[in-house]
Ligand binder design. Structure first.
Ligand SMILES: Cc1cc2nc3c(=O)[nH]c(=O)nc-3n(C[C@H](O)[C@H](O)[C@H](O)COP(=O)(O)OP(=O)(O)OC[C@H]3O[C@@H](n4cnc5c(N)ncnc54)[C@H](O)[C@@H]3O)c2cc1C
Length: 624
């Protein structure tokens, strides 16, 4: 007989029990949730540390519990359950957070895990949402995924070999998704990760921490903007330690949740640096792992400028996300999405930000009309933005980093307190000794794959950033599912019509499908329909009329072939157009869909009405 107690639940004390999942006499499995607790930040299940019979439930709904409170008496359990549940042990494993980069390579690489995180064994909100027993394996995914219509006659593609052992190399959004999906489909999965914390760049040093800090930046900017309609606030007092630990808290919750999800699915996590030794073997820190199929999800690392001095004041995005201080002056090298997102954060916190970009616009690759409102807003807020300008030299001095520039309108040399280098990312395919498996890697470190995500070696797949652009988490996750399902015998391929790109700047910029720039380059026939947000009641009431929603429409079929949105929440709004494109919707379908009023989502419908000439909220010349 053993008492199961509330494990270490981080900083929380006296949290209420909101649900009890077991009663006296119930047989429970190891990891089966016993009760659910709720803090002000997340809900969390307390799982059974072992299998047994519930002899007594010691708590009721709404009881307040803390670490060590007994919740259930379990018969058949071991007497040593004083330690709390497995969830606590599991998290202790992850509490190192040292993020040692065994490669011994560039210490500033993006894929280095954050250090000294305050680990918390709290399953994430995400986890709790999925905390019920995993759905029974879905063996009929063809209706969701696109069936493989590609010509698979390519000689290199052989039949999928027999065998259930799958190794997934890398635990970022691509890797963990592939691993979990494969496990749900009945495969035996080992997930290999060189860092203590799983979740890859996205969760640890990418999407999630950057968005947490951007939220803080947006709060500052909104408070300033409110002066326009009569609400003035004093300058914010910034407690950098608190901001940093809040960001780390968000990250810990998500990565801790992933550990729990892996355990539930019986995915084995092996920590260490993986290298291929043959086409069916990996070596992880001296241990050999044999596999029938492998999915490479090794991600990417920050590209650095050549010949930079070694100096802690020169950082990449990982270094910038650590928020070591708020420098008086910051030079951001690279006016792409990552550079501009980090620029927003530091500017809001008080740095004087200068951006240098070698092409002629911010966010290269995005349509210029979408970038314009962002460029205008940041021009007012930043110290300077130098387009068509390159960094010529960088020297570390006692008083700062001295930088000289090159370009027709290049400014004079200047000294900055800190430099953030955000000049793109390089795929990690060249770090895996993958030639031992016969897998081809190109000179950019990318592994080339077919629509089924198979490499040139038929039982080895590659997904996510390691396969090249676009380097986006949501692309990686979808590819991960395709690879896992393929191995499980499903006839699916990765052939999306729209992969959205989003800059979470202020204003946000989002686009998907064909851009106007691409359409012009390729001579593709298209029509544009633009709805300016000056005519959106919601945008005006937010004090943000500078946005616009643009649809690209096929003149023949009237189907949507691309879209771009700039304005607050553009990243959320673009999802509707992605769905429309996947469903082959035409502009009329969107225009006839009733959107809630007054919302920014209406701007998508209004743009569709512009395309069809049925708009009434603006005057547009009649069509047809
Ligand atoms: C600052 C920043 C912000 C970003 N914001 C966004 C965003 O808002 N939205 C978005 O979609 N994308 C964003 N991205 C990009 C996103 O993070 C990546 O596209 C995504 O993480 C790629 O996922 P992945 O699974 O391919 O690889 P990764 O997330 O890079 O994971 C690869 C994993 O493999 C491990 N690994 C590599 N080699 C080995 C080895 N030999 N042995 C063992 N383990 C190994 C690595 O340690 C890593 O954990 C951002 C990136 C950065 C840097």
């Amino acid at each position: 007989m053993a008492e199961v107690k509330v494990p270490d639940i981080g900083d929380f004390d006296e949290v209420p029990v909101i649900e009890i999942h077991v009663s006296e006499g119930d047989e429970v499995e190891v990891e089966q949730p016993l009760v659910t607790l709720e803090s002000d930040k997340a809900t969390m299940d307390v799982p059974s540390p072992e299998a047994g019979t519930v002899k007594e439930v010691l708590v009721s709904v709404n009881d307040k519990v803390s670490e060590g409170t007994p919740i259930v008496v379990l018969e058949g359990g071991e007497e040593d359950s004083d330690e709390g549940s497995d969830a606590a042990e599991e998290d202790d494993e992850g509490s190192d957070g040292s993020g040692e980069d065994e490669e011994g390579s560039d210490a500033t690489e993006e894929d280095e895990a954050p250090r000294g995180e305050d680990e918390e064994p709290v399953p994430s909100g995400e986890d709790s949402a999925e905390d019920e027993e995993p759905d029974s394996p879905d063996t009929d995914t063809e209706s969701r995924d696109r069936p493989d219509t590609s010509d698979n006659s390519d000689a290199r593609r052989e039949e999928e070999p027999e065998g259930k052992r799958v190794v997934v190399l890398g635990s970022g959004p691509g890797g963990y998704t592939a691993a979990f999906r494969a496990a749900d489909l009945g495969l035996e999965v080992t997930l290999v990760e060189r860092h203590e914390r799983i979740g890859g760049v996205c969760l640890n040093v990418g999407c999630i921490p950057s968005k947490a800090l951007l939220h803080a930046a947006n709060v500052v900017a909104e408070a300033e903007d409110a002066a326009e309609f009569g609400l003035s606030f004093p300058d914010p007092e910034i407690d950098l330690d608190k901001l940093r630990s809040w960001k780390e808290d968000v990250v810990s919750k998500l990565t801790g949740g992933l550990d729990g999800l892996a355990k539930k699915r019986k995915v084995t996590i092996t920590r260490g640096e993986a290298k291929f030794t043959s086409e069916n073997e990996l070596e992880v820190d001296g241990e050999t792992i044999e596999f029938d199929h492998a999915i490479i999800a090794a991600g990417s690392r920050a590209a650095m400028l050549p010949d930079l001095p070694e100096d802690e004041r020169i950082v990449d995005s990982t270094g910038a996300l650590e928020l070591p201080d708020v420098p008086d002056s910051l030079l951001v090298v690279g006016g792409g999405i990552i550079g501009l997102e980090m620029a927003s954060v530091y500017e809001a916190l008080g740095s004087k930000v200068t951006v240098v970009e070698m092409t002629d616009q911010l966010i290269p690759g995005c349509d210029p009309d979408l970038v314009k409102p962002l460029a205008k807003r940041v021009a007012d807020r930043y110290e300077a933005i130098h387009l068509d300008t390159k960094v010529a030299s960088v020297e570390a001095g006692d008083d700062g980093i001295e930088v000289s520039f090159q370009g027709e309108d290049a400014p004079d040399p200047q000294t900055f307190d800190r430099i953030l280098v955000a000049v793109g990312r390089r795929a990690n395919g060249d770090l895996l000794e993958i030639e031992a498996a016969g897998v081809e890697v190109n000179e950019r470190g990318e592994i080339e794959v077919g629509p089924d995500r198979r490499t040139n070696v038929s039982h080895i797949y590659a997904i996510g950033d390691v396969t090249g652009a676009p380097m986006l988490a949501h692309k990686a996750t979808h590819e991960g599912k395709v690879a896992a399902e393929r191995i499980a015998g499903h006839d699916v391929v990765f052939e999306p019509r729209a992969i959205p790109s989003v800059a979470y700047t202020d204003p946000e910029v989002a686009w998907c499908g064909l851009t106007e720039t691409e359409a012009k380059e390729h001579g593709t026939e298209y029509e544009t329909a633009v709805f300016p947000w000056q005519a959106s009641g919601r945008a005006l009431s937010l004090g943000r009329p500078e946005g616009m929603t643009k649809l690209l429409v096929d003149p023949e079929s009237r189907q949507i072939i691309g879209a771009g949105i700039v304005g607050p929440n553009a990243g959320d709004l673009i999802a509707e157009v992605c769905l429309a494109m996947e469903m082959s919707a035409d502009a009329e379908d969107i225009g006839l869909t009733i959107h809630p009023h007054p919302t920014l989502s209406e701007t998508v419908a209004f743009a569709a009405e512009m395309a069809e000439g049925t708009i009434t909220d603006l005057y547009a010349p009649r069509k047809g």
